[in-house]
Design a protein around this ligand. Structure first.
Ligand code: SF4
Length: 112
């Protein structure tokens, strides 16, 4: 495993973050090499790094950036059978009470 991947996996295993001065010890590499890798990971948008001095020494708290998976879009509320709501993208002058397209679509909802 490449060292950069190893460092990234270590960071990703600590959702609440890991201190940089713990990271290089855990990864068994020297601090300057760790710093270069962390800087690259930060530039690549894979981690965040903020200063931390909670344990008396200045270091960085490194956290993984968790990318949210895109949810599949659910168009079910806009559809009946295979028909989209006629209002989707409609640019007609709208008077819903008199709209034949809407009435037909609602009728399809009722017969399902
Ligand atoms: S009600 Fe009729 S006119 Fe109004 S947006 Fe829907 S389809 Fe278009």
């Amino acid at each position: 495993m490449e060292i950069e991947e190893k460092i990234l996996k270590l960071i990703q295993s600590k959702k609440s973050g890991i201190l940089q001065n713990e990271l290089w010890k855990t990864a068994k590499i020297d601090s300057s090499k760790c710093s270069r890798i962390v800087t690259k990971l930060e530039k690549d948008g894979l981690i965040t790094r903020e200063q931390d001095s909670s344990k008396g020494t200045k270091t960085y708290l490194i956290k993984p950036i968790v990318k949210k998976e895109k949810k599949a879009k659910n168009f079910n509320l806009l559809m009946t059978r295979d028909l989209f709501s006629p209002c989707t993208g409609c640019s007609l002058e709208c008077v819903p009470e008199n709209c034949v397209r809407l009435s037909e679509w609602i009728y399809c909802l009722e017969v399902e």
